[in-house]
Write a protein that binds this ligand. Sequence first.
Ligand code: CU
Length: 315
Amino acid sequence: MRTVTRLAGFAVGLAAVFGTTYGIGRVVERAPAVEGRHDGGAARATGGHDETAARLPGGLLVSDRGYTLQPLDAPTGEFAFRIAGPDGQPVTRYDVAHDKQMHLIVARRDLSGFRHVHPELAPDGTWRVDTPLTGPGQWRAFADFAPTGGEPLTLGVDVTVPGELTERPLPAPATSTTVDGYTVALTGTPQPGRTSSLTLTVSRDGQPVTDLEPYLGAYGHLVALRRGDLAYLHVHPDGTPGDGRTRPGPAVTFLAEVPSAGSYRLYLDFQHGGRVHTAEFTVVAGAAPTADAPTPSGPAPTGGAGHGTPGHGHN
Ligand SMILES: [Cu+2]
């Protein structure tokens, strides 16, 4: 039996990212991570980085541009990690982006179990959060952050939760889903290599929801994960609360650019009634579905259980 590192009571496996050949996608830039600046995810020049890494979507690397995501031993029920900087020391200073210094996203490799949480930073650079890993399987944890003085980054690491694993087929593409009593409709299809408009429309009991609440400075946050390698795309709304043109629902529009054809799982976080809800969709970008297409017989998508629990900590 091999030795495993204990993490929150779980065995941790680091992804063998080095030496792996990923399909090189187009540059996909997240929105500038500057507090109070939300420009709808407009493309922004990178330049100056290692070219291969700069052309990869986010979340595929555990170490990039000198920064490394390091899971730490933690008590059962907690997930802990730090970011080692170019000098090898834990990073302790971060810029605030979308109201937070650190966004931690987790999803199982089968694209189920998505959660988006905000760990607490200790003075020594350790980030801790009540474990968001809600069941056995291979999980991917994404740390989305901007070190002070550095560029925004999303690093990813694999985390294994032992136990009986029931692999869930990817739900079939759909243009409507329900979560916590809300119905969310999706219009628009992402097209590889170009900016596509995606609009999500929220209703409840047949009535449009027109009083969405700002969550992390926006009426919605959209994360897309690519099937196969969980490339991470954080897509931001076209418009922000208080800009004089963006209404609090029922529609929230995003500008998305996906790096390749293929299947993606979309996760929309929105806040209403003081709680955060997560609506999930499968979409297929590009032309004809291939062997990578979703399983047609998959169950209807459901929302992320337990999202918006106390302690999520948004103002
Ligand atoms: Cu976040």
